[in-house]
Design a binder for this molecule. Structure first.
Ligand code: CTP
Ligand code: ZN
Length: 163
């Protein structure tokens, strides 16, 4: 019972990405950022509220056969600032990076202002400047507070795909 090793919960993967040290409770928002809704054919494993020495409780998301785009990582840094991105190849961790908070995020988030040019019929890709407690739309100036960022993730999981 003393073992807090998550391996007991979520098995190792051969190839793909492990997003580790995700803030407890944020795993489903991580999936939304990655545009994963169960409709695709990716194999995904999730650990929620796994005991962690560093964070107390953490979430872990393992996506097989897939790496993350920079804009996905940028948005991830807003909701899971302690996350580490581990690239797995043939069962080995070949790369490990902490997410870094960036000055702006493009795509993935939707501007709450319906009149914003990014919500027009021929949409412009969204861009938000990141500041201490939230993000600001570069086109119309609408502010999304940090706690509300998760609600503004594009449910369509646009990611890197051009509209
Ligand atoms: N992992 C995995 N499949 C593999 C290798 C690793 O799912 N084939 C996962 C581990 O379960 C862990 C993460 O990838 O969640 C990072 O692995 P590793 O660096 O071996 O773990 P730690 O040393 O505990 O990482 P950290 O120091 O970042 O906590
Ligand atoms: Zn806007």
């Amino acid at each position: 019972m003393s073992d807090t090793n998550e391996e007991l919960r979520v098995s190792k993967i051969r190839d793909g990405t492990v997003i580790d040290h995700v803030t407890g409770g944020q795993a489903l928002n991580v999936l939304a950022i990655l545009g994963i809704d169960g409709e695709g054919d990716e194999t995904v494993s999730i650990g929620m509220n796994v005991p962690s020495d560093k964070l107390g409780r953490k979430d872990v998301v393992k996506v097989e056969g897939r790496e993350l785009s920079q804009s996905e990582v940028d948005v991830l840094s807003l909701i899971a600032p302690e996350a580490t991105i581990n690239i797995i190849r043939d069962f080995d961790v070949v790369d490990k990076n902490r997410v870094e908070r960036t000055t702006s995020v493009t795509g993935i988030l939707v501007c709450p202002n319906h009149n914003c040019i990014t919500n027009a019929d021929e949409p412009v890709r969204t861009e938000f400047e990141v500041f201490d407690n939230g993000v600001r739309c570069s086109y119309c100036g609408t502010i999304v507070r940090e706690g509300d960022v998760a609600e503004r993730i594009d449910a369509r999981g646009v990611g890197e795909t051009a509209l």
